[in-house]
Design a protein around this ligand. Structure first.
Ligand SMILES: *[C@@H]1O[C@H](CO)[C@@H](O)[C@H](O)[C@H]1NC(C)=O
Ligand SMILES: *[C@@H]1O[C@H](CO)[C@@H](O)[C@H](O)[C@H]1NC(C)=O
Ligand SMILES: *[C@@H]1O[C@H](CO)[C@@H](O)[C@H](O)[C@H]1NC(C)=O
Ligand SMILES: *[C@@H]1O[C@H](CO)[C@@H](O)[C@H](O)[C@H]1NC(C)=O
Length: 404
């Protein structure tokens, strides 16, 4: 047997009680029945949330970093989703572009501007990779800069000039946008941080007041045809293209037909869980990642089970959501929206107190930790039957950093 069979009760709090009360239950693990490989779990600190972490005292920075990435004292997250900026400035929570001004047209020499900080995402990524050994960095653009789009604005929807049905007086910006993304990855490579996955859309089914760019599956395919060779030319042959971070699962499924023409150029299919949940597999052979979900508006709670706070934020609910996404929708990754930030909602797992003297972990963090610490990248889900009533048992062959 090449791997240690690691049996994990997904809902550890429940399972603890079960080992005491229901010792007679037999759980059968079938190593010959294999499902998807798990790529990991994680969060994002985009829209200047990493700045909030970086502004903490060094002691609190370390506490927050440990809670996110440490495998013994924290969640042991293995994926960081960074934001590639598109905004002309850094006001409010904007992610500033590496080319804030139009260089003069799509074929003009680019005029990139790199501050070496990237809203503290450089600091965060460097810590995650170099201190904690994180190996998966997903760099994701919410939009192209405004001057590359039909609406002349990085916010409020609009499309990339040059994709099907989107022509602009200024010309075709597909190559310029591909080169722009390659340049962003190059800045990180120069710092010793390898971006492993790149996305060029976020919620392309939503027009909203912050960075947003519309795209159909066909329009995304038009761009992938340009992006893949641009990445390869710059020696990013190992970087996978992720697409398309649609707002909901069924919306992402709806884009798959249009993407079929570039199937061989895609690496990872990504979808969010807001407008519809991951309850069935997306029709693809690529790994599928659930890359954003959260209780965005609910009042902050640190509770685990019912009776301990606003129900949409409870740890047990999120443990079940992860379990459903893995078993029903075949996902390889489950990300929460934000890891650490201030404010009174459950949009994050860890809250910076209003006076900035504490970071407070919710039980949602520990629900994720129960998965993330044990089901490591590379773990393969295997057949399991006989879960005791009230529990969900799943088994995985060991992944990265675990005994073989
Ligand atoms: C993780 O936490 C443990 C326990 O607090 C500590 O000993 C270890 O140094 C931390 N690991 C890293 C990489 O900081
Ligand atoms: C890509 O790698 C090759 C071989 O190592 C090297 O000659 C070339 O300069 C590299 N190109 C870029 C853009 O880094
Ligand atoms: C599950 O995902 C894997 C890739 O991670 C894929 O090979 C497999 O075909 C998918 N299975 C289903 C039922 O979609
Ligand atoms: C699993 O979740 C429980 C409930 O919140 C928590 O007490 C425990 O520390 C978690 N276990 C791990 C290994 O993260």
């Amino acid at each position: 047997m090449p791997f240690l069979a690691a049996v994990l009760a997904a809902l550890a709090a429940t399972a603890h009680a079960l080992t005491v009360r229901q010792t007679s239950t037999t759980i059968t693990v079938d190593l010959a029945k294999t499902y998807q490989t798990i790529d990991g779990f994680g969060i994002s600190e985009t829209f200047q949330r990493a700045n909030q972490m970086h502004a903490l005292t060094p002691t609190l920075q370390r506490t927050a970093l440990d809670l996110l990435f440490n495998r013994t004292s924290g969640a042991g997250f293995s994926i960081l989703r960074n934001g590639i900026g598109s905004s002309p400035d850094s006001s409010s929570d904007h992610m500033v572009s590496i080319q804030p001004k139009n260089p003069g047209g799509p074929t003009s020499p680019p005029k990139y501007v790199w501050d070496g900080n990237d809203n503290s995402q450089v600091w965060l990524s460097t810590e995650a990779v170099k201190t904690y050994g994180l190996t998966t960095v997903y760099a994701n653009a919410w939009s192209a800069p405004g001057y590359m789009k039909t609406n002349g604005n990085d916010a409020n929807g609009g499309s990339l000039c040059g994709v099907s049905g989107a022509s602009c007086a200024s010309g075709d910006w597909k190559s310029a946008y591909a080169n722009y993304l390659v340049q962003y990855l190059t800045y990180y490579r120069e710092l010793g941080v390898q971006v492993t996955h790149v996305g060029f859309l976020n919620e392309p089914d939503l027009t909203t007041s912050y960075a947003s760019m519309r795209s159909s599956g066909q329009q995304a395919a038009d761009f992938v045809k340009v992006l893949r060779p641009a990445l390869d030319r710059a020696n990013f042959t190992g970087v996978k293209i992720a697409c398309c971070d649609a707002e909901g699962w069924s919306s992402q499924q709806g884009m798959m037909g249009g993407l079929s023409a570039v199937d061989g150029m895609l690496g990872t299919i990504t979808g969010h869980a807001y407008t519809s949940a991951p309850t069935s597999p997306i029709n693809t052979k690529h790994p599928v990642w659930q890359t954003e979900n959260a209780d965005l508006q609910g009042a902050w709670t640190t509770g685990f089970a019912s009776g301990s706070g606003n129900s949409a934020g409870l740890g047990l609910l999120w443990a079940e959501r992860i379990s459903d996404a893995i078993t029903k929708a075949n996902v390889s990754v489950y990300l929460y929206w934000v890891g650490v930030q201030g404010g009174a909602t459950n949009s994050k797992l860890i809250r910076i107190s209003d006076d900035k003297t504490q970071v407070v972990a919710s039980k949602r963090l520990w629900a994720f930790a129960n998965w993330s610490r044990h089901v490591r990248p590379g773990a393969v889900r295997v057949g399991t039957s006989g879960s005791p009533s009230g529990a969900r048992c799943k088994s995985y062959r060991a992944g990265q950093g675990q005994a073989a």
